[in-house]
Each structure stands twice: as structure tokens, then as C-alpha cells.
Design a protein around this ligand. Structure first.
Ligand code: FAD
Length: 693
């Protein structure tokens, strides 16, 4: 009987939704500026927005809310895809919501006929993403209490139905812990989950396929439980694009890539954070590899006067600009060349839709500065573009790519194609039928990339160093060369700074001087993210650091700091660095600097190197750890030394973890299982810290 009532309620809501649809949103209130998107609200008038989820759902007539906890944009993208699918295939009235934008005290009054979907990424050491911290602490808290009086020991969330998907990486110890813990907490509070709690694995490289495989049975179960009827999905835009005949690209109010209103008005203003970057001068840049065909950049970024602060071990985020060649490719294949500098306004078609960048802007600026046009392409997105193909053949090919996992892998994923390359290869004529809104909705917002700060805040509090290896992947058997978006942009900045006449051999160029030349004089937009990767507060405590390749970045900062402390007369403990690279003569980072620090720190500093291609046998840092097992164990056990690992998450960090367990087992005479347990305990107590990617 309960289901019958539910059916009726769902039907009633669908009916209400249909009425709302046909009244063209008169229910939703008309914004004063007909072109204003919700972006400007998000960046200014946030105070006026409700934090009450139920109120928001009621006023926008939604019956399904898709929350995301996202750090790099993937969870946000999946949330928006689920929202679209729920609406287009199943007639749900969906909205997407940033967990950070709402309060949760009234989840106990969440109506039975509505649905909450949680898409939750796990970050770092099993932590919630920045935007999910409050939500996570609330639902998993011991003394959670709800506005309706419900408490943790009762079942306050009995009326809450939810669906859950997690994004994780199995190379990390706390694989998908965020979705697992939130699921357990919600169930414990009485909520009922529909479908399995899905888990996607970035470590195995199967995130997208895991997601696709999880969602079909979930939709089936959901349809059955909620009595939803599947229909043929037809694209329904969430955003509207208006070409502004009344505005020229050089009008003052047009965003040409400026990240926020302050920037547009010419007065960048703090606080600088993940919504508002600081346009920082790069005061120094140099190449630190000695080999010709690979690059690693050392840069000094000046943050004086910005109020940006960091402590040693923090991360700096760099906001990239797409390469001109890729912007052109995208614009050309979509047939936008003639109107690339035309002004457009983008706005949400209802009040829950978020416009991902400030508008009015131009096609060119949106693509160049805000859309991750070079990123990996999802099968689902290719499917969604099929109806807009220029002819029946290309439509059939897009449909095949969308439906056939292996074919897609062969033609697209394994070739690392970006979306414009996919379209070019399917049909090289122009794809003028694709609505621009589907591209904005379906392509990630460009993400700032993080770099482990490679300087000490004690030594240079106003200057942030970064050490970045320039990404360039050659795909075997393919003519495609994947060039990392951010690192090649940084490389171009470095070349400009040095008046380097050698253009990129693959024709990459960048709008180095930024929107309205505001980045001229070699500037880059940045913000700082604080981390828990920290030196012990007592410098006399010994430390062991394992950081091959660019993983050495934060340790340059650590050692710089310890050298300064030693020079200031402080007692500095044993400082041991395990560093590895291919060849001493090619990619040995900071060789002279280590010698300099050695002179200052004397026998307090030990550098142990591993070169993987210098001898007949490959040697990696984990082997060096094993060779120095007695010392490592003694420092960890007797002197409670901290142990740090930075760099490659997929292979190195895991291998180091395992070797350490073995060392402990062998040198303390305990079983291998006990060795692993000790390593786990070291992680839990922060004696073992990781900064891996
Ligand atoms: P991207 O364009 O982001 O490409 C990166 C990778 O994505 C490619 O190599 C490829 O594997 C994949 N990819 C790109 N396009 C496609 C496609 N179309 N299809 C399939 N796959 C694709 N790096 C450092 O060098 N130094 C550091 O100190 C450092 N610290 C970090 C700290 C943290 C906390 C994190 C999270 C990362 C850190 N990184 C560091 C890595 C850095 O953030 C960037 O990921 C890296 O520099 C590459 O960025 P990019 O924009 O140049 O490459």
C-alpha cells in the first residue's frame, strides 16, 4: 500500500513538473537582468540564497537532488550527468547541488516521495573533499541532531531515500572511504538506500566504466521502487545561450577570461581562494632537467601583497589556459570560427542550474579559459552528441562509440583523444548542429592543477617555488601526442620570460598575456591550498623522506627549512632523503642544491639516490630503502622519526608502503601482517604522511 501512495505522489509531482514546464518556468521567478546567470549570484549575492535544501527543492519544484562532494570536478560531472539522465530518461525533476551550499539539520524532514543522490569523491588519506567536510562531519558525528529533534540513537532519517556513488582510488589505503562511511552513517540513521552504493576506481583506470556499469541496475531498481517510466532520452538543455547582438567583445562588461567580477573591473581583490585566483608574477623560471627532450620547470611565484600565505608542505593551485591550437581545433570542428568573438550570455534555465563561468563572455574566452576541452572523453557524452551529428553515417558511428565499450576503448580512450579530435575523426566536416549548451554542460569546468610547494615558508614566505614536470605522452602506434594543459602553459610562460625563440615543436601557443593583457609581464593565476603534509614542529626530530621524480618537490622545501634552522643555531635532527630518477646526467633534480644543503647540515643530511636507467639493473627508491632497512627501522622505532612519501601514487607510494611493512617485520621480529599493521598505525598517528598523485 505504501508503494501505491508513493506512485501517486510521484505521478502528482511529475504532473506538477509538466505543468511547470509548459508554463515555461513562470513558477520559477524571472531574474531582473534577463541575461544574468546564476554565476554572478554565486560570486557575490550568495547571502541571499537559501541554505535550506527542502525549501530550495520546493521552490524549484524538484523531487530529486544530486549532491556532489568533488575536488577535481569529476564527481561534479557525474552528478550533473545523473541529474540529466534522471530528468531526460525518467522524468524526475532533478537538481544538482554542491554539498557546501546547504545545511543538513532538516534532512530528517526530507519527504518520502523525494530522492537524494550522493556522488562523493574520497580525497587524499580517506578524507572528504573540501566542499564535503561539513556534511561529512555532520552525518558521521557522534552527536548528530536534527532540527526536528531526531538524534543519532533514533532513526531520524527514516523517510530519506538515497542513492550513492563514490569516486576513489584503490592505490590509496582508504579506498572510497567517503562513500562507504556516509552510506553507513545514513543507513544507521534510518535512511534507505536504493541500488548498490557504487564505487569507481581511478587507480585501476576504470572510473568511467565503473560508473556506467553501476548506474544501469541502479536506474532499474529506482524505476521499480519509485514507479518511474523510462522514455527515450531527448536532450533538454539546462543552460540557455543567447548571442548578444547588443554587445561587442570589447565592451567593459564582457568577460574575456577574467575569473571573477573583481578581475573584470580591473581591481583584483582578495581573499584569494579556489573561486578567486591571484594573478601572481612569476619572478623566476628555469629548466631543471639537463636532457633535451623532457622538461621540468622550477618557478618562483611572488605572492607579496596578496595576503596569500603558505606553510612548508602546502600546495599551490595553478589556473591553466588552453593551448591556442586546441582552442582552434574545437572552434573549427564546431563551425564556430566566424563567431568566435561574438558575445554570449549563458544562464540557467531554472534557479538550480549553475553557470560554470561568468558571463557575458565570448565563445573564444569560454573555450580558452573555462572548459576542459583537452580532457578524457566519456562514452556517455559521445552518445549524447550522436543526435547532432552532421549526417547519418557519423550519427551511426557516434552511437556505436557510445554503446560499444571495447570499440570506444580502441578508438578513443587508448588514443587519449579529446572531444574535438573524436569529432574530427568521426567526420571532418563541421558539426554545426551541436548546441553550445550541451558542450558547456557536458565538458568539465577547467580545473586548477595542484603543485606541492617546493620552498620553505620560513625561508621565503612571499615567494612560492614549484617544481613541475612537463607532461607529454606519446601514444604508441598513434600520431597523437598528449600535451599536459597546465605544464605546457607554464613552459610557454617560461619560454616567454627568457625570450626563447623556439616555439613548441607541436605548434602549441598560448594567450600568454591573458584576458585584456592582464597577465602581461609573465603572470599566472594561482591560489594556495593548505595541506596536512607537515614537518614535525620540533626540528630536532629526525625525518625520512621518499620522493623520486617531481615527488621531491616538497622535500626541497623541507630541507631548505631545516638548513635555515641549522644556520639559525637550532638543533636539527637526522634528515634523510631517498631520491630517484632515470639518470644522474638527465633528470637529477636540484643536484647542486643538495650539495649546498649538505655543506650547511653536515652529517645531519643524507641523500640516498636510485637511478633507474644508469646501470644494467633498474634501481628504485624502494630498493634503497630496503638496503638501509636497519637505519630506517631504528629511526622509526627508537627516535619516532616521521616518514614522508611524495610523488607517484599508483606504483611508487604503494611499493614504499609495502617495503616499509617488510622492513619492520624483519627488523622487529614480527609477522608480515603485524608489520603492515604497524605501518597502518603509523599512518593513523601521522608518523607516516603521504602527498601523492
Ligand atoms: P593534464 O592536461 O591534466 O594531463 C594529465 C594527464 O591526464 C595526462 O598525462 C593523461 O594521463 C591524462 N589525460 C589528459 N588528456 C587526456 C585525454 N584526452 N584522454 C585521456 N587521458 C588524458 N606535479 C608536478 O610535476 N609537481 C608537483 O609538485 C605536483 N604536486 C602535486 C600535488 C598534488 C596534491 C596533486 C593532486 C598533483 C600534483 N602534481 C604535481 C600533478 C599536477 O597537479 C598535474 O596533474 C600535472 O602537472 C599534469 O597537469 P597538466 O595540466 O600539465 O596535464
Amino acid at each position: 500500500a505504501q508503494l501505491d501512495t508513493l506512485d501517486l505522489i510521484v505521478l502528482a509531482i511529475l504532473l506538477a513538473g509538466t505543468v511547470a514546464y509548459f508554463t515555461k518556468g513562470t513558477y520559477w521567478g524571472i531574474p531582473k537582468d534577463p541575461y544574468a546567470g546564476s554565476y554572478s549570484l554565486a560570486n557575490g549575492a550568495k547571502a541571499g540564497k537559501t541554505r535550506n535544501i527542502l525549501e530550495k527543492m520546493d521552490e524549484s519544484e524538484k523531487n530529486c537532488i544530486v549532491f556532489y562532494g568533488s575536488q577535481t570536478g569529476t564527481a561534479e560531472d557525474y552528478a550533473s550527468r545523473l541529474s540529466k539522465e534522471g530528468s531526460q530518461r525518467f522524468g524526475l525533476k532533478t537538481m544538482v547541488a554542491d554539498l557546501e551550499d546547504y545545511d543538513y539539520e532538516n534532512l530528517d524532514t526530507f519527504p518520502e516521495d523525494k530522492l537524494a543522490i550522493f556522488v562523493l569523491a574520497t580525497y587524499g588519506e580517506g578524507e572528504p573533499t573540501d566542499n564535503a567536510v561539513d556534511f561529512y562531519e555532520f552525518v558521521t558525528g557522534q552527536d548528530v541532531s536534527f532540527s526536528n529533534g531526531g538524534a543519532a540513537d533514533e532513526k531520524p532519517l527514516e523517510s530519506l531515500k538515497f542513492v550513492a556513488f563514490g569516486l576513489g582510488n584503490n592505490t590509496y589505503e582508504h579506498y572510497n572511504s567517503m562513500v562507504r562511511r556516509v552510506n553507513d552513517a545514513l543507513v544507521k540513521l534510518g535512511a534507505s538506500r536504493i541500488g548498490k552504493a557504487g564505487e569507481g576506481d581511478d587507480g585501476a583506470g576504470t572510473m568511467e566504466e565503473d560508473f556506467l556499469a553501476w548506474k544501469e541496475p541502479m536506474w532499474a531498481e529506482l524505476s521499480e521502487k519509485l514507479g518511474l517510466e523510462e522514455r527515450e532520452a531527448v536532450y533538454e538543455p539546462v543552460l540557455s545561450i543567447t548571442e548578444r547582438e547588443d554587445l561587442d567583445a570589447d565592451a567593459d562588461e564582457v568577460y574575456l577570461g577574467e575569473p571573477s567580477k573583481h578581475h573584470l573591473e580591473g581591481s583584483q581583490k582578495g581573499p584569494y581562494d579556489s573561486h578567486n585566483p591571484y594573478i601572481a608574477p612569476i619572478v623566476e623560471s628555469r629548466e631543471v632537467f639537463t636532457v633535451k627532450d623532457r622538461n621540468c620547470l622550477h618557478m618562483e611565484i611572488d605572492v607579496k601583497g596578496s595576503n596569500l600565505t603558505y606553510t612548508t608542505g602546502d600546495h599551490i593551485a595553478v589556473w591553466p589556459t588552453n593551448a591556442g591550437k586546441e582552442v582552434d581545433r574545437f572552434i573549427n570542428i564546431l563551425g564556430l570560427a566566424e563567431k568566435r568573438h561574438k558575445v554570449i550570455s549563458v544562464k540557467g534555465l531554472d534557479s538550480t542550474a549553475k553557470v560554470p563561468f561568468p558571463t557575458p563572455t565570448t565563445y573564444d574566452a569560454a573555450i580558452r579559459y573555462h572548459m576542459e576541452i583537452c580532457g578524457a572523453v566519456s562514452r556517455q557524452f559521445v552518445s549524447s552528441l550522436a543526435p547532432f551529428a552532421p549526417n547519418e553515417n557519423s550519427k551511426a558511428e557516434m552511437t556505436k562509440l557510445g554503446n560499444d565499450k571495447d570499440y570506444f576503448s580502441d578508438k578513443v580512450s587508448s588514443q587519449y583523444l579529446n572531444i574535438a579530435q573524436v569529432l574530427e575523426r568521426v567526420d571532418s566536416s563541421q558539426w554545426t548542429n551541436i548546441p553550445f549548451s550541451i558542450l558547456i554542460e557536458g565538458i568539465h569546468k577547467i580545473q586548477p592543477r595542484y603543485y606541492s610547494i617546493s620552498s620553505s615558508s620560513l625561508v621565503q614566505k612571499d615567494k612560492i617555488s614549484i617544481t613541475a614536470v612537463v607532461e607529454e605522452i606519446r601514444i604508441p602506434g598513434s600520431d597523437n601526442i598528449v600535451k599536459g594543459v597546465t605544464t605546457n602553459y607554464l613552459l610557454a610562460l617560461k619560454q616567454k620570460q627568457h625570450g626563447d625563440p623556439h616555439p613548441d615543436p607541436h605548434g602549441l601557443t598560448y594567450s600568454i598575456t591573458g584576458p585584456r593583457n592582464k597577465y602581461d609581464g609573465i603572470h599566472v593565476p594561482v591560489h594556495v591550498r593548505h595541506s596536512n603534509f607537515k614537518l614535525p614542529s620540533d626540528p630536532s626530530k629526525p625525518i625520512i623522506m621518499v620522493g623520486p621524480g617531481s615527488g621531491v618537490a616538497p622535500f626541497r622545501g623541507f630541507i631548505q627549512e631545516r638548513a635555515a634552522q641549522a644556520q639559525a643555531g637550532e638543533n636539527v635532527g637526522q634528515t634523510i632523503l631517498f631520491y630517484g630518477c632515470r639518470r644522474a646526467s638527465e633528470d637529477y633534480l636540484y643536484k647542486e642544491e643538495w650539495e649546498h644543503y649538505k655543506q650547511i647540515l653536515g652529517d645531519k643530511f643524507t641523500l640516498i639516490t636510485a637511478f633507474s636507467r644508469d646501470g644494467p639493473k633498474k634501481v628504485y627508491v624502494q630498493q634503497r630503502l630496503q638496503e638501509n632497512a636497519a637505519l630506517v627501522n631504528q629511526l622509526l622505532e627508537k627516535e619516532k622519526s616521521n616518514f614522508y612519501v611524495c610523488g607517484d601514487a599508483a606504483n611508487m607510494a604503494r611499493a614504499v608502503n609495502d617495503v616499509l611493512g617488510k622492513i619492520i617485520s624483519e627488523h622487529r621480529g614480527v609477522s608480515p601482517e603485524k608489520g603492515e599493521e604497524i605501518v597502518k598505525a603509523m599512518r593513523a598517528s601521522n608518523q607516516y604522511q603521504e602527498d601523492v598523485w
